[in-house]
Structure formats: structure tokens, C-alpha cells
Ligand binder design. Structure first.
Ligand code: SAH
Ligand code: AVI
Length: 332
């Protein structure tokens, strides 16, 4: 742990450290020396990346945020009544806009006690914690700045009230299928018998609608995609010509996921000084930076079963674009 901030209503613990600089270094070393180059999406989210993501959420083409918010606005009371939740743990909490809708419903139901946001982006956790304790008198916020793939054990023990663990925005779709199931199983370790997972999943739909959401007309998603190159340039003293890479986004119909890639416009050699590494890109060569899987209810139920979880509730928006589901530990 590198730092702890503690005021009466707010505790913030950070578990990002040198280890995480090595995590970027190791991911870059692994990912850029593979025959088909790829990087994990978590490195998009420095301060600038988080801001770009928030701009994406407001784009007319990016329907998932609006669809998920609509479900929350319409059904949060029902979700809170069904779970009796007094604590919200949110993994990849971002700006906590959606958490606000759930916290308001918990407040209304008289159960609200604690919010536990966990995010790799330090600023978003600080901002959300300070804003939310002003908005809800008596709310405790325990922020965890960390990597949800490595720091789930840093989520504080449940407070004796039913807990809702939320993973919203479709973030589960950013994991490849096997990792996704392992991650869901690990999320299960945060749940007791009366706790529930609340999971947001984007649904399979017309590929044109999906592709537009990941290749917007204003180029915000393109800039978000290229941000990973800015992060590597800054953190690992590299010299990626960021403008020399085109944004590519397409729906892979076989896997039912979107892929984002960066395509080198011309052949180039990139020095990554901190790693003593020289990487060659051929003209037109692509680097995969993200997958974003789209779900059917059947696929999600299969993932839950493989992870020792069981579907308990299914909520969609009017146009069936996005689903929120509630899951519990499966009966053994
Ligand atoms: N839940 C919000 C934000 C989704 S964006 C919403 O639905 O709008 C994904 C969020 O997950 C970002 O805030 C990003 O910083 C965070 N994130 C991505 N990878 C992460 C990781 N490995 N560990 C912790 N947080 C991560
Ligand atoms: C965070 N995640 C669920 C987003 C998604 O839709 O997969 C990230 C994103 N990538 C491009 N636009 C948004």
C-alpha cells in the first residue's frame, strides 16, 4: 500500500505502486513481442484516458451508457428492494454516475451505509469520494485505488449489511472468455449468501450500431484508443509517433465482440527506452488494444454457471440494447 487518506467519512487506500509500473512494462514487453501485437485495455485509463472515456459516454453513437442509465433509473428501486443492499462495492467505478442512481435508491429505502469504489485511476476515486460524502449525510466511502485483477482482496470486509458488488458499463466484456469466467469466480469471493453481483452487459445487436459506437464521427474514441501510446511514451520513455496510427474498430461476428486496433500508417521503428526494446511495425500492421464482448442471456448464464454463480434477475432497456443482471453464489 502506498498511501492512506482518512477523514471521518472517507477512507482511501492506494495499492498502486512500482509493481504497477512493472505491470505496464511487462504487458508492453509481452504484448509487443507477440507475433500478433496486443495490449490489455486497462492502460488506457490515465487522467486523460478517463476524461476521454467520460466524453465517449456522452457521444450520440455510444448507446451503452444511456441504455444502462435508463435501466437504473427505471429499476434501481426494484433492485435495491430485491437485494436489501446497504453497501455498494463498485469495480471500475469511473465517475460513479451510475452508482449515484443506486445510492439514491438505497438512501430512499433507508439502507444506505457504505460505498466502496475500486478503480485503477486515482483521480476518479478521489473525486467520487469527496463529491458523494457531500451528497449523502452519513455515507461512508472506502475508496480502493488498485487493479481489480490483482487487488480484489483489498476490498474491505462486508459491514454486516447485504452487499451489492457492481461491475457496470459492460466492462466484463473487455475480458477474453476464459479470463472473464475466472474473474467472475473471483468476484464471487466478495459475496456472502445474502450478497448479489450487479453486472452490466452490452447485448448482441445490429453490427452497424455497434461499430458506430466504437468509431464515432467526432474521433473521440480514436483519441481514447491512441491514448495508450501516449501512456507508453510517457511512462516507459518511448517514441511512438501517435499520429502515425489509425484507429480501427470492427465487429467480429464469429466471436460477437468488437475489436479496437491501432494500424501503423507507414513502416516504423519504435524505441521503448526503459525496456531497452526496439519494436518494428510494418506498414498497415495492427496492434489490438481492446475487445468488447456483446452478450446474449444464454451466454451470460453459461459464464455464470462456469464461475459458480446463478442468475437471479434480468433487466433490459426498452430497446433491448443492454442488460443489467443480478447474480448470487450458486447453491452447491
Ligand atoms: N463503471 C463506469 C466506468 C466504466 S470505464 C461506467 O460504467 O461508466 C472502465 C473503468 O474501469 C475505468 O474507470 C477504468 O479506470 C477502470 N479500469 C479498467 N481496468 C481496470 C483494472 N484492471 N482495475 C481497476 N479499474 C480498471
Ligand atoms: C469500459 N468499456 C466497457 C468500454 C467498452 O465499451 O468496451 C470501453 C470503450 N472502448 C471504446 N469505447 C468505450
Amino acid at each position: 500500500m502506498t498511501s492512506v487518506v482518512n477523514t471521518e467519512a472517507i477512507t482511501i487506500e492506494s495499492f498502486l505502486s512500482e509493481l504497477d509500473e512493472r505491470s505496464l512494462a511487462n504487458d508492453v514487453l509481452d504484448g509487443l513481442t507477440k507475433p500478433f501485437k496486443e495490449l490489455p485495455p486497462k492502460h488506457f485509463y490515465d487522467g486523460r484516458g478517463s476524461e476521454l472515456f467520460e466524453r465517449i459516454c456522452e457521444l450520440p453513437e455510444y448507446y451503452p451508457t444511456r441504455a444502462e442509465k435508463q435501466i437504473l433509473v427505471d429499476r434501481a428501486d426494484e433492485i435495491v428492494a430485491a437485494t436489501g443492499a446497504g453497501e455498494l462495492v463498485e469495480l471500475g467505478s469511473g465517475a460513479a454516475d451510475k452508482a449515484r442512481i443506486l445510492l439514491a435508491a438505497m438512501d430512499e429505502a433507508g439502507t444506505l451505509q457504505r460505498y466502496v469504489p475500486l478503480d485503477v485511476s486515482e483521480q476518479v476515486v478521489h473525486d467520487a469520494a469527496h463529491a458523494l460524502v457531500q451528497e449523502y449525510v452519513g455515507l461512508q466511502v472506502h475508496g480502493v485505488i488498485g487493479d481489480f485483477e490483482r487487488h480484489l482482496d483489498r476490498v474491505p470486509d462486508a459491514d454486516g449489511v447485504p452487499r451489492l458488488v457492481a461491475l457496470l458499463g459492460g466492462t466484463i466484456g473487455n475480458f477474453p472468455p476464459g479470463t472473464r469466467r475466472r474473474f467472475l469466480r473471483r468476484i464471487g469471493t466478495l459475496l456472502g449468501p445474502s450478497d448479489r453481483l450487479l453486472l452490466g452487459t452490452d447485448l448482441v445487436k445490429d453490427p452497424e450500431v455497434i461499430e458506430a459506437a466504437y468509431d464515432d464521427s467526432r474521433g473521440v474514441t480514436a483519441e481514447f484508443n491512441r491514448n495508450v501510446l501516449h501512456v507508453i511514451n510517457r511512462e516507459l520513455d518511448a517514441d511512438f509517433p501517435t499520429d502515425g496510427f489509425d484507429h480501427v474498430a470492427f465487429f467480429d461476428r464469429r466471436h460477437e465482440w468488437v475489436e479496437m486496433r491501432l494500424r501503423a500508417r507507414t513502416a516504423c521503428t519504435v524505441q521503448i527506452s526503459d525496456l531497452g526494446l526496439e519494436i518494428e511495425f510494418a506498414a498497415g500492421e495492427e496492434l489490438r488494444t481492446e475487445i468488447s464482448a456483446k452478450f446474449t442471456r444464454a451466454r451470460l448464464e453459461a459464464d455464470y454457471a462456469a464461475a459458480g454463480l446463478e442468475l437471479q434477475g434480468w433487466y433490459t432497456d426498452d430497446e433491448q440494447r443492454f442488460a443489467l443482471s443480478l447474480a448470487s453464489l450458486a447453491d452447491r
